[in-house]
Ligand binder design. Structure first.
Ligand code: IPM
Ligand code: MG
Length: 360
């Protein structure tokens, strides 16, 4: 008897989204076939694609399907075509709305350097060789969602923009727990990143992390201010095991960490809620400048499929198969433009997908 069917909702989005999703979906179908997983794949619109078709970035139908799914796989959203829209109607609101509506507060962003790509990083190979760090980013709070927000005319009659950086204790605690538990499964070192020398909200953040540390005596907790953390990430990134931080600092530091690994085109992510339901996406954006040229690296999305199998679909063996296949393809010397060193010929998005499917 086969296992109960699991529903995966696929949201290609904009820019390179559809191209990378196409390859990731082939990989998912191939591995599902080989591992006899009972998956039902469905598709829906989000971001600019949804704006064009329905007028809004997160149609009710997409949200309903996402809520009902066991996991969501997303490409990327946004592009110059929609940049002129007011904030509430932009493609990014589709993504932020999904994160918020599904309660996906725990964002895991691993940055692993594949030894085959040590020379693709702009940092010296000895600085990045062996890098394996995990950024745990709070994803549904902080300045991204804080109210009040907007633009008004201030007391001087000037236009003024404003956002609010706030975190409730419960929000800090639950992301802290995700991070401590992740550290327990790794090298048991956790660095919490804040700006407690300036921002009250992060003084609370730091105090709560210290509080939680008492419940995880096997994990060594340290703290860094975000400016120093950014510097340390490029100076000596291997000092880190797990980093935990708020929404905006996590956004910035994870792009920085991505470049340590050679290319943002390599990094997957998982965004989880309390029930283990998750959304999986590459950490890069929609790269409108290369959309349709076949240059995009599909590996971040393919590796996001692996995270989805592991964290939401209870298929760790299938996840491992994908990760091994990616490693083998890199061994074979296949490189998309973003990870090709000088003199190496770059392969297309499709050719990279073909190679991973073949390696499976
Ligand atoms: C990310 C992206 C998003 C973010 C954008 C597209 C809204 O940069 O997932 O890191 O800022 O969270
Ligand atoms: Mg980002």
């Amino acid at each position: 008897m086969s296992a109960a069917e699991q529903n995966v909702l696929i949201l290609p989005g904009d820019g390179i989204g559809p191209e990378i999703i196409e390859q990731a979906e082939r990989v998912l179908r191939t591995v599902a076939d080989k591992e006899q997983l009972n998956l039902n794949l469905d598709h829906a619109l989000v971001g600019g694609a949804a704006i064009d078709a329905t007028g809004g970035p997160l149609p009710a139908e997409t949200l309903a399907k996402a809520k009902a799914a066991d996991a969501v796989l997303l490409g990327a959203v946004g592009g110059p075509k929609w940049d002129g829209l007011e904030m509430a109607r932009r493609p990014e609101k589709g993504l932020l709305g999904l994160r918020s509506e599904l309660g996906l507060f725990g964002n895991l962003r691993p940055a692993i350097l594949y030894p085959q790509l040590a020379s693709a990083s702009t940092l010296k190979p000895e600085v990045v060789a062996g890098l394996d760090l995990l950024i745990v980013r709070e994803l549904t709070g902080g300045i991204y969602f804080g109210e009040p927000r907007g633009e008004h005319i201030n007391a001087n009659g000037e236009r003024e923009g404003f956002n609010t950086y706030r975190y409730a204790e419960s929000e800090i605690r639950r992301i802290g727990r995700v991070a401590f538990e992740a550290a327990q499964k790794r090298n048991k070192r956790l660095c919490s990143v804040d700006k407690a020398n300036v921002l009250e909200v992060t003084v609370l953040w730091r105090n709560i992390m210290n509080d939680l540390a008492k419940e995880y005596p096997d994990v060594e907790l340290s703290h860094l201010y975000v400016d120093n953390a950014a510097m340390q990430l490029v100076r000596a990134p291997k000092q880190f095991d797990v980093m935990v931080t708020g929404n905006m600092f996590g956004d910035i530091l994870s792009d920085c960490a991505a470049m340590l690994t050679g290319s943002i085109g390599m990094l997957p992510s998982a965004s989880l809620n309390e029930n283990g339901q998750g959304m999986y996406e590459p950490i890069h954006g929609s790269a409108p400048d290369i959309a349709g040229t076949g240059k995009a690296n599909p590996l971040a999305t393919i590796l996001s499929v692996a995270m989805m199998l592991r964290y939401s679909l209870d298929a760790a063996t299938a996840a491992q198969r994908i990760e091994d296949a990616v490693s083998r393809v890199l061994d074979q010397g296949l490189r998309t433009a973003d990870i090709a060193s000088q003199g190496e010929t770059a392969v297309s998005t499709q050719a990279m997908g073909d190679a991973v499917v073949a390696a499976l």
